[in-house]
Unconditional design. Structure first.
Length: 269
DNA sequence: TAGGCCATCTGGTCCT
DNA sequence: AGGACCAGATGGCCTA
């Protein structure tokens, strides 16, 4: 598919997507970036060479969690269902004047797409609408063949609509800038972003488990007394914990206690 | 104007 | 046989 050949995009929010979706497969980066940034951080991988990579670090582009479906529908570029614009049955209205477009019984709107609204090619429309000038004996068969073809087309259209609906739902649950002024994520962007979001969540979960295990492993009351990692304890795999402990060690005792209660950087985990 | 994205049509393949 | 799935082709829309 050509869409997958050239992923660079000219769309407004696409740059954010690229840095996130293609490069950020090393989630720990988001924890190392100072502050409770639960956002997408460019991982400095291959994607960092992408001209748009830096924009992914822009907090302004940071996720505003799940917008509702209504908001999604306001996003420019949103596909408009034929039925939603009152174009159901368009084909059959035309088909009545064109003997080649006939159906068996009352047609469903799915069988009657709107040639003016759809993006179908003129070639496709022409081949479907043209009169083949076949002999009368094959006319019935031809009509039946057209009906079969229309049914197949309708099913395929419905299938693609279902796929798009699923993609819309996916857009609704992954963090990115949901806004009427921001164009919705492309399909490929949605999939890549979702993939990295899952990886990030899994990574966060792993780290949280390690932190909990570590805290449970330390002597009771260690936090109140001032947390100090055991000499042999390797904090390399605990970026957030390391940062937390470092801050703890730099703060006076009083401030330390307050910080623990008010949810400091460590609380972001 | 070129490039990206998309919807649709279409024919092929596989499965039930 | 009919339906689901897939990929290629095509043209429209939008943006830089």
């Amino acid at each position: 598919m050509k869409s997958f050949d050239c992923e660079s995009s000219s769309e407004g929010d696409e740059p954010t997507m690229h840095a996130i979706a293609r490069g950020a497969v090393e989630p720990p980066q988001w924890l190392r970036a100072g502050g409770p940034n639960w956002g997408w951080q460019a991982a400095g991988g291959p994607s960092s060479s992408h001209p748009a990579a830096s924009s992914a670090l822009d907090p302004a582009g940071f996720p505003q969690f799940p917008a509702n479906a209504e908001e999604n529908q306001q996003v420019p570029g949103r596909r408009t269902p034929l039925s939603a614009v009152g174009l159901s049955g368009f084909y059959f209205q035309g088909g009545q004047s064109n003997p080649n477009i006939v159906g068996h019984g009352p047609p469903s709107d799915e069988n009657n797409p709107d040639p003016g609204c759809s993006g179908q090619s003129a070639r496709a429309q022409e081949s479907r609408l043209q009169n083949p000038q076949n002999p009368g004996s094959s006319k019935g068969k031809n009509r039946q063949g057209k009906t079969v073809r229309l049914n197949i087309n309708a099913r395929e259209r419905r299938r693609m609509h279902d796929l798009n609906d699923a993609l819309d739902e996916l857009r609704g649950v992954i963090p990115y800038a949901h806004s009427p002024s921001v164009r919705k994520l492309s399909k490929i962007a949605t999939l890549l972003l979702a993939k990295n979001y899952i990886l990030m969540q899994a990574n966060a979960l792993e780290e949280m488990k390690r932190i909990i295990g570590y805290l449970q492993g330390t002597a009771a009351g260690a936090v109140g007394a001032g947390i100090v990692a055991p000499p042999a304890f390797d904090l390399q795999g605990f970026p957030a914990a390391a940062k937390f402990l470092q801050q703890q060690s730099l703060q006076p005792d009083g401030a330390r206690g307050r910080e623990q209660g008010s949810g400091g950087p460590g609380a972001a985990v």
